[in-house]
Write a protein that binds this ligand. Structure first.
Ligand code: F6P
Ligand code: MN
Length: 362
């Protein structure tokens, strides 16, 4: 059974102690994002029938190939944000620079950062993909935003969320008062009507312990020693130091990975590795790591780089990459402990020839 509140009604309840004008502006901004995502959901569900599969003939801000659905999703987000009077500007994975709103660059209260289609390598395989977004204050309201306006720590986020385009389309959202889950009523969008998102879970809470971890094992030889140790102990199972068996999962869509953790706990890692020292991780701070970190923390979990809390980081650039370790609180704290242990934190070079199954000698 679920409540029948819609997105707007649930947010009005959730933001009841904010000044009415700013609550209204935030609700309308999240409504614009939700409407864009409902369109993306329709297109993703129609797939090849509407030409949404395959590569676009372009590259994104980081020189990576773009899929057609990356480009379409980005355009839909831009269009809805551009029409929203409260949004002064936005930045996306698909563009090197921020885009300021033609009409609202000065009076808009908010900046929005987003990954329009996370996990897009999965589209043709018909595996879940998603959209990740973060709403920041436009601190110097009255002046148009620039790239530097976005250089705010994760703690400054006013709202963050993701939409998962899976068997059902769901939006998981925080306005810093816990985490709410909405399910898109797909019947509502027929004929171009405004989408109806129904509140289907109130106040998500991530179990503090887990028996499940997610990491791309093919990168094992590049991991630093604390992550090597954590995974080796999980894999050792009942006979190892954790004295329990673990499961491993890897969808290669961060949104799907985080949603699994929201529903049953677990740990997700895309840790620092030694392959390209100038790129300390794969995931992007502003529109992947920071919004997910806020959601995870609001649901009682923890999100770190290994040595710092993700929400403390202040970005230097829009597309900065960071190591990400997030999920069930006790597990993430254990991994932080391994990073803090000077004995464990010797150079990965000393460890790189060891197998996962061999415990390091003291
Ligand atoms: O956006 C980056 C991303 O697609 C994430 O959604 C996902 O977790 C990761 O990259 C997958 O990485 P890999 O290709 O190494 O499996
Ligand atoms: Mn992504």
């Amino acid at each position: 059974m679920h409540d029948t509140s819609t997105l707007q009604q649930a947010l009005a309840q959730n933001l009841f102690d904010a000044p009415p004008e700013s609550a209204k502006a935030l609700i309308e901004t999240l409504g614009a994002i939700a409407q864009a995502c409902a369109h993306i959901s329709d297109i993703a569900a129609q797939g090849v029938l509407v030409g949404a599969h395959g590569l676009a003939e372009s590259a994104n801000s980081q020189g990576e190939d773009q899929k057609k659905l990356d480009v379409l999703s980005d355009e839909l987000m831009s269009r809805h944000l551009g029409a929203c009077p409260h949004v002064a500007g936005w930045a996306s994975e698909e563009h090197e620079r921020q885009q300021q709103s033609w009409d609202h660059e000065k009076q808009g209260r908010y900046l929005v950062v987003y990954d329009p289609l996370d996990g897009s390598s999965n589209i043709e395989a018909n595996i879940s993909v998603g959209t990740i977004f973060s709403v920041l204050p436009h601190t110097y309201r009255g002046a148009p935003p620039s790239d530097s306006s976005y250089m705010q720590p994760g703690h400054a986020q006013l709202a963050a969320g993701y939409v998962l385009y899976g068997p059902a389309t769901i939006m998981v959202l925080t306005c810093r008062r816990g985490v709410l889950v909405f399910t898109l009523d797909r019947n509502s969008t027929r004929g171009g009507a405004p989408a109806v998102w129904v509140l289907t879970q109130d106040q998500v809470s991530i179990p503090v312990q887990t028996r499940e971890f997610a990491i791309n094992m093919s990168n094992q030889r590049f991991w630093e020693k604390p992550v090597q140790r954590y995974v080796a102990e999980c894999v050792a199972g009942e006979g190892g130091p954790r004295m329990k068996d673990f499961n491993m999962r890897w969808v290669a869509s961060m949104v799907a990975e985080v949603h699994r953790i929201m529903t049953r706990g677990g740990v997700f890692m895309y840790p620092r590795d030694t392959r390209t020292p100038l790129k300390p991780g794969r995931l992007r701070l502003m529109y992947e790591a920071a919004p997910m970190a806020l959601l995870i923390e609001q649901a009682g979990g923890r999100a770190v780089t290994g040595t710092s809390e993700l929400l403390d980081l202040v970005p230097d650039t829009l597309h900065q990459r960071v190591p990400v370790i997030l999920g069930s609180h006790e597990e993430v704290s254990r991994i932080v402990g391994y990073h803090a242990d000077p004995h464990e934190n010797v150079s990965w070079q000393l460890f790189k020839t060891r197998s996962l199954f061999v415990q390091p000698q003291a």
